[in-house]
Write a protein that binds this ligand. Structure first.
Ligand code: FAD
Length: 316
């Protein structure tokens, strides 16, 4: 069985369910969703993506705290015995999965960007390695479950087509070692995760002031502004904006890479975008290898022309 763990129903859950369905079809397996969360959680939108959704619901799971979540998840994993166990590489997944893997005495491949299964049911866990310079595919042939966290936006959403059974599990009452005092949500200023258009800037914009043109374009198209690590290191934008291996993975309809060389570490975060438009004055820049439309041109003046045309259209 392929199991997916999350503490909420979100796009990441649906992306993972889609991939799990594809793999389950290959190895004739079932797909189970394990949700540990508050009693108010609604699962109607996702249950038909899984053969069964196993619910661990309690007011105690309103806020995340490692120990109670861990003990309850360990209990259901030991009961259902999935051979593959996946979670999104979010704060929740990145915290719970290593602890769970240690409890279950198995391995974990963190931050995968692709998954597959072979005919023996081995999970092929692909992730960037050695500073992003190679894509490594890791297998765990001797231990079960095979556990992996997966970067959000690595997979597209697939149609619902499973049995959609819902099962409620008994909660183990665990004395928490932490006390919840208060929580404050930090809003990201970047808004690139959900944007349909991301205008990303690299050092080819030459000066911080020049990045204002990318912000203007993002405003016109209701998109977000992304950046390379070089740009973030130069303090032109905060880390919230960084796209790539050590930043965010984005999957917009249109990704505009302006003055970006296309280092492997950057490409790791944007290669699943639907349409990539690259603007670079060097016709040999690696970004052109992943671009659907390539413009060998000055980044600033090209963005300026696009903004002028679009703003003109808006004013007509
Ligand atoms: C472990 C590790 C993790 C990393 N993680 C990330 C990450 O998450 N994200 C990331 O982006 N990088 C990451 N990097 C850094 C990455 O290797 C590159 O250094 C970085 O992406 C380069 O950014 P850049 O393209 O803006 O700059 P540069 O490499 O300096 O490229 C600038 C580009 O602009 C072009 N250009 C120059 N002038 C103009 C002009 N007038 N008009 C148009 N084009 C012009 C140049 O031809 C060049 O291609 C990581 C590196 C390591 C080792």
């Amino acid at each position: 069985m392929i199991g997916i763990i999350n503490n909420q129903i979100d796009r990441n859950t649906i992306e993972l369910l889609g991939k799990a369905n594809q793999m389950a079809h290959k190895i004739q397996s079932e797909v189970y969703l394990f949700i540990v969360g508050p009693k108010s959680l609604k699962i109607d939108d996702v249950k038909d993506y899984a053969d069964a959704t196993v619910l661990l619901l309690s007011e105690k799971f309103e806020h995340f705290s490692l120990y109670p979540f861990l003990i309850n998840l360990e209990n259901v994993v030991l009961k259902y015995k999935p051979s593959i166990l996946l979670a999104p590489a979010t704060t929740f997944g990145r915290t719970i999965m290593p602890a769970l893997a240690a409890k279950l005495k198995t391995g974990l491949t963190a931050d995968c960007t692709d998954l597959d299964v072979d005919e023996n049911g081995n999970l092929l866990q692909t992730r960037p390695a050695i500073g992003g310079n190679v894509m490594a595919t890791i297998i765990t042939p001797k231990h079960r479950p095979q556990m992996a966290t997966v970067r959000p936006k690595s997979f597209s959403i697939q149609p619902k087509k499973r049995k959609g059974i819902v099962q409620l599990e008994q909660i183990i009452d665990v004395k928490d070692r932490c006390e919840f005092i208060s929580a404050e949500k930090r809003e990201s200023s970047a808004q690139i995760d959900q944007a349909e258009v991301v205008v990303s800037v690299g050092k080819g914009l030459r000066r911080k002031e020049n990045t204002e043109i990318a912000e203007r374009l993002a405003r016109v198209v209701n998109g977000g502004v992304g950046a390379t690590r070089a740009v973030v290191d130069a303090k032109w934008f905060s880390h919230d904006h960084q796209v790539g291996l050590s930043g965010k993975t984005v999957k917009p309809k249109v990704y505009i890479a302006a003055g970006i060389s296309g280092a492997v570490q950057h490409i790791a975060g944007m290669q699943t975008s639907e349409i990539v438009i690259a603007i670079n004055k060097d016709k040999y820049a690696p970004i052109f290898k992943v671009a659907d439309i390539g413009l060998v041109a000055d980044a600033y003046s090209t963005l300026e022309q696009i903004v002028r045309i679009l703003e003109g259209e808006e004013n007509e």
